[in-house]
Structures are given as structure tokens and as C-alpha cells.
Design a protein around this ligand. Sequence first.
Ligand code: DX5
Ligand code: ZN
Length: 224
Amino acid sequence: MSSFLLAPSLLAADFAKLGRCVQEAQQAGADYLHLDVMDGRFVPNISFGAAVVAAARQATSLPLDVHLMIEQPERYVEQFAAAGADVITVHAEATWHLHRLLQQVRESGAKVGLALNPLTPLAVMEGALPYLDLALVMSVNPGFGGQEFIQASLGRLEAVRRMRDRINPNCLIEVDGGITPTTIVSAVYSGADVVVAGSAVFGSMGSVAENVARLRDAVAPKLS
Ligand code: DX5
Ligand code: ZN
């Protein structure tokens, strides 16, 4: 039995074979499918929008974990909920009215996630925790796959875990960015319940099933 939930990020998949990649992730035992929406404003990169979320919804029964890296996400919450998002994660840095936005996500019917960039003060997470189902600790600067894990994220995961245990034990903690068979071990031990992995699952080194097994095996032997 594994001690974490795995959320492969479609950003690193072959976009010409999205349906197949989604199904491979599901067959390999993924727990969620992570979808990175980027607008070229909040982050430098542009990825995809609600149409791709809807296509993924058709291709899998896995819960869809939609990570909105867009400015003023309040403009699009209902659209992503209608497309089939099970969790909608917004960035605190992307809106002026975070409390209102979290309520809006709740009212859309999706689960509520909040992401913080690597240097955003954790007091924001602490204040928001009563409203959250998912607390996302970014371990890279959002915008691109394949970046190096920021080691200081481990201390942030530990701090968020303490807050979560005190304020809202039902909230899951997610880590996103730079996850490899090496970095996953300390990320899980520092508090991540849900691990996002793009390149480490859909990268070129092995099949999706082999890559998922490598991540699970990296953590499992350390548990007794
Ligand atoms: C980064 C995205 C991540 C990305 C992770 O902005 O939020 O979800 O897909 O990619 P890897 O796992 O390659 O760092
Ligand atoms: Zn992401």
C-alpha cells in the first residue's frame, strides 16, 4: 500500500496522443489527473483551456485536479467546473479577492484548492485552510514542467502539515514541481499527501507504468 496519492500532470504528455496518455496513467494506478491551465499572463507559458479538461473528462474516470495558473481566475471558475473539474486550484497571487474566490469555487460544486508560489507567505494558507480541500505547495515557480525541485519547499510542506493538522485535518496537502524518484521521498516525508509529477511520469525514460512504479517504489521501501 502506498502512502501518497499520485497525480500525473498531462503537461508533459504527448499532446497528439492525449487520450492514450490519460488512459495509460489510469491503468498505471494514478489517483488523480493533474491539468495545468496557463494563460501566458500569470505565468509566461500558455498551455490549454477548458476544452482539454472536457476532453480528459471523456477519456477517464479519474478525478480531475485542475490547476489554474491564470490571472483573475474568478472569470473562469464555472467554465472549468462545467468541463468536469473535480478539484479547482487557484493561486493566491492571481486574484485581489481570495476569500470571495474560494467561496465561488465551493459554489461551483468543485472541491476547493489553493496554491502558493515558492515565496508567498504561508500565513495566506493558514488563513485559507478552513475553506480548503487541497493545499498546494509549489516546489517550482509555476509555468513550466521539468524544472528543478526547490529544496526550501520541504520546510514549507512541514509547516503546512502542522497548520493542516491543527486547523483542517481533512484538507489534503499537494506538492507540485520537480518531482523525481529522488525528490519524492522527502516531499512525502515532509507532508505531501498528493504528489504531482509531469516529466517523471510522461517523460521519455520509460513507459508510463514503469515510471509510476519507480515513483511508488522510491517511497514504499522506506516505510515499515
Ligand atoms: C508547473 C506545473 C506542474 C508541472 C510539473 O507550473 O504546475 O504541474 O506540470 O512538471 P514536472 O513534474 O515536470 O516538474
Ligand atoms: Zn500544476
